[in-house]
Design a protein around this ligand. Structure first.
Ligand SMILES: *Cc1c(COP(=O)(O)O)cnc(C)c1O
Length: 390
């Protein structure tokens, strides 16, 4: 039986561990969202949040999960029957496609094996064929959370430009923002979709659309029905630090603190920390003799690592055992990967000893579950973590 004392290890790739300063901020009394104190908070957040997206453009904040921001990106910019080009990186790309279909778009998805990021050359080839410009948007998932594979969004931008195609570029950064380098403006992204509960270190409940001038221009003529998600009312109210409807005030207290923590650490340091923990995790997986789901080292995710189970071993049985014995939650295999992989989240508020504890829990769990392993994964990871700082 698990011992309920001490802290639960929440090592799923979102929601992530919420740091104490954020929890304390959220615990403050709720204030009048039309009063002067709120205006100050709103202006402080809206003035700094773009830095996290590496953008000068506005960031729309919704009281919604990431799925809401997916929908918002599409309904604000597109019209019924528009074609959108998507890429089957995994479960989340597939869900975004399903959403697009339900709201009256015509998604076209480039098939893939759920072990790679999106192939920019395939996107370029498809756009080059589309001489009538029926495709209105290219939608990619920057970090595919179901597989641990990254899409190189800057390369997708270059592919769109090389094809001379006017489509909007949309990127889902729900599990990469503030964990993996994402440069909205440099990469010419038109709509960036993000959520609060992963790299931003907040509880679930906020999501985001960062919007380029081209996306805002598209929103003026887009024909899909929208009301709650409409950018124009929100952008207008945001000018003075307010929102057109009741915002998630307490989560915004937390967001203000989280932005401060990220900018104090320095975004590049945040990314380097995630890269290092991901590398240590992969060394552990190789030490165990298990296979990393992502098949291309160029596409390895720094937010999470998906690990394939040996034939005949059940990933969910392993996860359940680790939860019961060691009070640690690991990510499940999603969609067609159910039972075949487990996912180690190493994003958000996280440090070396939390990672070491996480990997110890996995190693002990593998042995208790009778999953054959080659050797010492934890030892491989800790000797990497203990290397002298460069
Ligand atoms: C978590 C996640 C989502 C879904 O976000 P919700 O907040 O659960 O609606 C979408 N895309 C990616 C890449 C994610 O990681």
């Amino acid at each position: 039986m698990s011992n309920p004392s001490g802290r639960h290890f929440l090592q799923i790739p979102g929601p992530t561990n919420v740091p104490d300063p954020v929890l304390h901020a959220i615990a403050r009394p709720t204030i009048d969202h039309r009063g002067p104190e709120f205006g100050k908070l709103g202006r402080a957040i809206l003035g700094r949040i773009g830095a996290v997206f590496q953008t000068e453009h506005p960031v729309v904040i919704y009281p919604a999960s990431g799925t809401g921001a997916w929908e918002a990106a599409l309904v604000n910019t597109l019209s019924p029957g528009d074609s959108v080009l998507m890429y089957e990186t995994g479960h989340f790309a597939t869900l975004w496609r399903q959403l697009a279909e339900r709201i009256g778009l015509v998604p076209e998805m480039i098939a893939s094996d759920w072990r790679h990021g999106a192939d920019a050359a395939a996107i370029e080839a498809r756009l080059a064929e589309d001489t009538e410009h029926r495709i209105k948007a290219v939608c990619v998932v920057h970090n595919e959370t179901s597989t641990g594979a990254v899409t190189h969004v800057g390369k997708v931008r270059k592919a769109i430009d090389a094809a001379g195609h006017p489509a909007l570029l949309m990127a889902d950064t729900i599990s990469s923002l503030a964990s993996i380098d994402f440069r909205m403006d440099e990469w010419g992204v038109d709509v960036t979709v993000a959520g609060s509960q992963k790299g931003l270190m907040l509880p679930p409940g906020l999501s985001f659309n960062a919007v380029s001038p081209k996306a805002v221009a598209a929103s003026k003529t887009a024909g899909l029905v929208k009301s709650y998600w409409a950018w124009d009312d929100i952008l207008a109210a945001n000018q003075r630090g307010y929102f057109p409807y009741t915002p998630a005030t307490n989560l915004l207290y937390g967001l203000d603190v989280a932005i401060g923590m990220l900018l104090d650490e320095g975004l590049q340091n945040v990314f380097a920390r995630h890269d290092r923990h991901a590398e240590a995790t992969r060394r552990a997986v190789r030490g165990w003799g298990l296979e990393i789901l992502c098949a291309d080292p160029e596409d390895y995710s720094s937010s999470l690592t998906a690990v394939m189970m040996p034939d005949g071993a059940d990933a969910d049985a392993l996860r359940n055992l680790i939860l019961e014995r060691f009070d640690m939650s690991l990510g499940a295999g999603l969609g067609k990967l159910a039972g075949r992989v487990f996912r180690i989240g190493h994003l958000g508020s996280f440090n070396d000893l939390m990672l070491a504890g996480t990997l110890c829990g996995v190693e002990m769990g593998l042995d208790l579950a009778g999953v054959p392993r080659a050797g010492g994964g934890v030892a491989a990871a800790t000797s990497y973590l203990a290397e002298p700082a460069a």
